[in-house]
Design a binder for this molecule. Structure first.
Ligand code: HEC
Length: 108
């Protein structure tokens, strides 16, 4: 629970920075266009254990904006790199969206 509060504070801090607005709606669209092919409904069709549910994100230390942003920028194994396709603010939006969806257990 404490960790969640810290995360929320972090989100607020990141969100109030000018230009980048931590836009969940935009993050959702970016996810549908770029990520859902492999991560439909928060799963992972390539490596099942590396899904986007809270438990896996935690286990794989992917439960932060920073970690997800870095992974999406650079890619890893069969996870593609997006640095040539998405801007950093776009990647932060989609990271934000992933963490929010994980909190909601990818319920729609
Ligand atoms: C071509 C399939 C593919 C696409 C498209 C894809 N991923 Fe992945 N993703 C993977 C694979 C494979 C892994 C596991 C990588 C590894 O071996 O560590 C992964 C891992 C992840 C993880 C870590 C999950 C964990 O539990 O460790 C996150 C977060 C993630 N992807 C987010 C995204 C986002 C956001 C996008 C869109 C911008 C995206 N992925 C697009 C295949 C994909």
């Amino acid at each position: 629970m404490k960790k969640l509060v810290v995360l929320e504070l972090l989100l607020i801090v990141i969100t109030i920075q000018p230009v980048y607005a931590g836009d969940i709606g935009a993050g959702s669209k970016i996810f549908e266009a770029n990520c859902a092919g492999c991560h439909i409904n928060g799963g992972n069709i390539v490596r099942r254990g590396k899904n986007l549910f809270k438990k896996a994100l935690k286990r794989n230390r992917m439960d932060s904006i920073e970690a997800i942003t870095e992974l999406v920028i650079n890619g890893n194994n069969n996870m593609p790199a997006y640095k040539d396709r998405l801007t950093v603010p776009e990647i932060q939006d989609v990271a934000n969206y992933v963490l929010q969806q994980a909190e909601n257990n990818w319920r729609r």
